[in-house]
Design a protein around this ligand. Structure first.
Ligand code: CTP
Length: 405
């Protein structure tokens, strides 16, 4: 999510410095390139080595220690950053920056940068409420600096009140939201995608399932996210890494998938059911492992809920997209499913095609819509195909607007 984003963390001296370590670690884990600048007071709490290990980058604290003779470090760092966060921000650094003072590495970089700067204050509640501090915060806010308000609670000084550095997880979330590209076709839209097979238990060691790899659903989730969507991926058991920026809900059975999708249905804009849901499950799950005997055995199967059909019956604003695997009369069968399940689109796999189907990295599909679209997509990688399909769906819904449902 934060890949290729350059974030400079300015650490100033307060007990909350330990939380800045977690912040740097979490930002790095989210893919950001993080560099750290520290004040001398911050180094009283945590050594630069800790931040160096967490960020895998040099840590800067001395304006006159030029590590690279080809550049001036404070200008180079100031220019490098896409975003600068002062965390924890003491009353001292807030006061200095509000008044244009630059007398150490942190304040010199802050003066030199043209990147957006956020302050995450942390201090004693009485300091935070002091008129001079409020005045300095107001000045900075008017100058375009952003503040991440401290939260309330127990303060290290023994007081209870406002002054705790915001939790690192929340700061990371704000950073991620900041970098979500705006004005993409699916920005702000919730897209729910299902992927993979379901497993229907027979007993504690056996199940009924199918060969779905989940690749097409995962590719659709990645494409939706790249087009700006808030993507929820409801995934059966697969051996794929979730695409970055996607919220994954892991499920096992058709019943669990139904529950997870239903929970996320009401405010969804687009729902894509790429999962190969088991149509039948064992009528009874044996609590103990079934022992073999010399005679043959029969497992009675009962129908699972047709999730897509149920969603079709409950459809409001949602654009509903189904998948179908066909071996003959591909278009007729696909069209039949589109109508029976009250879908807006159906993506049909001709599973007899050697370039398509389960497990392959490529796929060949036909996209049908209830407005009459009938488009064949020749063999191509599932990632490319997912983007083309989503773009076609977005375009038709936007242009068509005649999707009366
Ligand atoms: N589907 C579902 N719940 C089920 C079965 C299927 O939501 N219990 C969804 C799948 O995710 C897919 C579509 O319905 O989007 C597939 O429709 P389906 O009628 O099951 O078609 P096929 O799997 O192709 O099976 P068949 O041809 O036997 O009807």
């Amino acid at each position: 999510m934060l890949a290729n984003k350059k974030i400079l963390i300015c650490v100033t001296g307060g007990i909350a410095v330990y939380k800045a370590v977690a912040l740097v670690s979490k930002l790095s884990q989210a893919g950001a390139d993080v560099k750290v600048v520290m004040t001398k007071s911050a180094m009283e709490f945590v050594t630069p080595l800790t931040f160096q290990a967490m960020s895998r980058n040099d840590v800067y604290f001395d304006t006159f220690d030029e590590k690279d003779s080809r550049v001036i470090a404070h200008i180079d760092l100031a220019d490098w950053a896409d975003l600068v966060i002062v965390a924890p921000a003491t009353a001292n650094v807030i006061g200095k920056v509000a008044n244009g003072i630059s007398d150490d590495m942190v304040t010199t970089v802050l003066l030199a940068t043209t990147a957006e700067v956020w302050f995450a204050p942390a201090m004693n509640v009485n300091m935070y409420e002091k008129r001079s501090v409020i005045r300095n915060i107001d000045t900075l806010a008017k100058d375009g600096y952003r503040f991440i308000e401290p939260s309330e609670g127990f303060l290290a000084c023994g007081y209870v009140g406002k002054g705790r550095l915001e939790e690192p997880e929340k700061i990371v979330k704000l950073v991620q939201e900041n970098f979500v590209p705006k004005n993409l076709p699916l920005t702000g839209k919730k897209v729910v995608i299902t992927a993979g097979p379901t497993r229907e238990r027979i007993d504690p060691v056996r199940y009924v399932s199918n060969f779905s790899s989940g690749k097409m659903g995962y590719a659709m989730a990645e494409a939706a996210t790249k087009l700006g969507a808030k993507t929820i991926l409801v995934s059966g058991p697969v051996s794929l890494n979730p695409p970055s920026g996607v919220q994954v809900i892991h499920v096992e059975s058709a019943a669990e998938m139904f529950e997870a999708v239903s929970r996320n249905y009401d405010d969804a804009e687009i729902v894509i059911k790429a999962a190969a849901v088991a149509d039948y499950r064992p009528a009874e799950i044996h609590p103990q492992k079934i022992k073999k005997s010399d005679s043959d055995s029969v497992i009675n199967l009962e129908r699972t809920t047709d999730i897509l059909k149920t969603l079709g019956e409950r459809k409001q604003q949602q654009i509903l997209v189904g998948f179908a695997a066909e071996t003959e009369n591909v278009i007729e069968n696909g069209m039949g499913k589109l109508e029976r399940k009250n879908l807006d689109f159906i993506i049909i796999n001709d599973v007899t095609d050697p370039d398509g189907g389960f497990g392959n990295d490529t796929n060949v599909v036909t996209l049908l819509s209830k407005n009459g679209t009938n488009k064949l997509y020749p063999a191509m990688p599932k990632n490319d195909l997912a983007t083309l399909l989503l773009e076609a769906i977005i375009e038709e819904v936007k242009v068509g607007n005649s999707h009366d449902r």
